[in-house]
Design a protein around this ligand. Structure first.
Ligand code: 13P
Ligand code: SF4
Length: 354
């Protein structure tokens, strides 16, 4: 990265001192992640967001829904900045508030809404987290999806007879089938672009898991063929994937987990071991560079960044830090009070999961 920009970022951050707290998601570029005070997966960053209550500014190097969650979880005097407002998440955009309200009406018409506990993946907008909070549900991330679903479904937690899982069908299905012992047939997919989600009332009444038809386009590119190909090419390779991958990929992988889990797994791996990693490219490249004694490779032949994570680059970070150092807050992410209250209920339920 441009040494002049590195120096400007360093100088602005030094000038801000304890005034600023920089959080960085593992998918961020190296040029950005070097300035993060804390790096993490979505869960760790949600936990850490409130770790520095005295810092008036939080610069969130990640995507929009993460910055919103940080705003919800931090004190009212703290201001959260997203260095590029165009850093969204295509998966989060696949569930809008109006669509989710309409879905709930479909569940009411089928006479099952009282049986349903909604669970939303962190990768969703604040108003959807608020919807879930108002309807007795929780948020989950890739590192606690099983615990969140165990809480939502059946006795002992929220007591749901069914779960509505938003918006990532793959994380929902992978967790339900591979970790909770559900059958594939227990899951149905609700398509927000079809009347009644494309489901009959009978299908809705029979289902245990109603999965929203959303997915991550980055992880959706891995296929069973990617796994077969790397196993044929690299004997003894370990296939390590994120649970946003399609069911066929996760079924054929050796290990599955969040970005934080992926990092810890590679760190603990013996020298000489081979790893094909099915997640975003910035992270896989960083792992390969940091562990030259291990053979760490991208799971697929075609490489793929998350284009919205990548929007946060060094020039955007420099601009955020320099404007803050000049006392100006640009690109603030601010969730309104009412939404914050209900979304916070859902997020707090997640943070309190056993
Ligand atoms: P993690 O919570 O595992 O970091 O995942 C976040 C994400 O957006 C994955 O695509
Ligand atoms: Fe969203 Fe996928 Fe990018 Fe994660 S990797 S932020 S789920 S588009």
């Amino acid at each position: 990265s441009d040494p002049a920009l590195v120096e400007r970022a360093r100088a602005a951050k030094a000038a801000l001192g304890d005034q600023v707290f920089v959080l960085g998601h593992h998918y961020q570029r190296d040029e950005v992640i070097q300035f993060a005070d804390v790096t993490g997966d979505s869960f760790k960053l949600a936990q850490q967001a409130a770790a520095r209550p005295e810092a008036p500014y939080i610069v969130f190097c990640g995507v929009h829904f993460m910055a919103e969650s940080a705003d919800i979880l931090t004190a009212p005097h703290q201001q959260v900045v997203l260095p590029d407002l165009a850093a969204g998440c295509s998966m989060a955009d696949m569930a809008t508030f109006d669509q989710v309200e309409e879905c709930w009406e479909v569940l009411e018409d089928a006479g099952i809404a009282d049986d349903v506990v909604p669970v939303t993946y962190m990768n969703s907008s604040a108003d959807i987290k608020a919807f879930v909070g108002r309807h007795g549900g929780t948020v989950c991330t890739s590192s606690n999806a099983k615990r969140a679903l165990d809480w939502a479904y059946g006795e002992g937690g929220a007591g749901g007879k069914k779960v509505l899982f938003l918006p990532d069908q793959h994380l929902g299905r992978n967790t339900a089938v591979l970790e909770m012992g559900f059958a594939l047939d227990d899951c149905v997919v609700y398509n927000p672009h079809r009347p009644n989600g494309g489901l009959s009332q009978e299908e809705l009444r029979d289902a245990k898991m109603i999965l929203w038809r959303g997915h991550c386009s980055v992880h959706g590119r891995f296929s069973k063929e990617s796994v077969d190909e790397v196993r044929a090419r690299v004997p003894g390779v370990n296939v390590l994937v994120h649970p946003e991958c399609r069911h066929e990929v996760v079924l054929n992988a050796d290990l599955i987990g969040s970005t934080e889990y992926i990092i810890k797994t590679i760190e603990a791996a013996p020298p000489g071991s081979a790893w094909a990693v099915g997640t975003e490219l910035n992270l896989v490249r960083r792992l390969a560079n940091e562990h030259p004694d291990k053979n760490v490779m991208f799971l697929d032949k075609a490489v793929c960044f998350c284009s919205t994570m990548n929007r946060i680059d060094l020039p955007h970070l420099v601009r955020s830090l320099e404007t803050l150092a000049a006392g100006e807050v640009v690109n603030r992410i601010e969730v309104d009070e009412e939404t914050t209250r209900h979304a916070r209920t859902a997020l707090d339920r997640m943070l309190a999961l056993p």
